[in-house]
Ligand binder design. Sequence first.
Ligand code: PRP
Ligand code: ZN
Length: 286
Amino acid sequence: MALLRIAVQSKGRLYEETMELLGEAGIKLSAVKRTLLVPARNFPVELLFLRDDDIPESVASGTADIGIVGLNEMLEKKKDAKIIRNLGFSKCRLSIAVPKNAEYKDTSWLNNRKIATSYPNILNEFLAKNDIKADIHIITGSVEIAPGIGLADAIFDIVSSGSTLISNNLEEVEKVIDSEAVLIGRNSRLSEEKQEILDELLFRIEAVKAAEDKKYILMNVPKDKLGDVLKVLPGIKSPTILPLADEQWCSVHTVLQEKYFWEIINRLKGAGAEGILVLDIEKMVL
Ligand code: PRP
Ligand code: ZN
């Protein structure tokens, strides 16, 4: 029986949320301790734990069948692999930052400066597009300390919360790309068996993603107010309406985007809804 091998980050930014997604997709690992290669207990996949930098290459070379990695690594490494699906977590951006006191006005400030980064390819493209000649210093870790110790004038690095920049007295001046976790695969075909496993995995990811930010809402509505309440729930094709023991009342069930719920809660109450319950949805198959 073939196992679909998934390259995932062994620790760091993506690790937690990758494991959470796989967990929500019903995939349980066989080992508690993380070794390099861990099969799942209840689904024909095995996880290959790697540094994020190595994931695009592992997929391109066929060491892994698919991978979960930041778009930033995927764009930087330019390997022979394709993006199968954006995953919507581990959102961050790749930005240029300069010391707070730099009096940066526009990209021309960067001319003839030294910029420290772990992403030389993406930076090079940005500089070329903006007609800037700068000196790129490749550093693999702790890029943010480079300006402070006189190693560079600016940095080009991942910014997420921005706290790394703040604690190093740096200011974000150019956002170059937005990044998030992506599911990648190789360009050549998978075996039929592995493709079937991937299709099942994608189906499960779809169900997890569809349920995200959605709530299941139940409310009691006097029957003579039902029309008013339904008017507040537009866009919902057909809410479920159930009878209650009290024949004057019914129960209305529907699925809503959470932020939309907050917008209409007062109108629902105004229209006569009572006993409104909001429940989490774990999965949704559309
Ligand atoms: C990145 C980046 C910064 C930090 C920014 O490192 O190099 O150090 O995250 O995040 P913040 O804006 O929330 O402070 P990461 O933790 O991804 O480790 P890595 O560079 O070793 O991959
Ligand atoms: Zn990294």
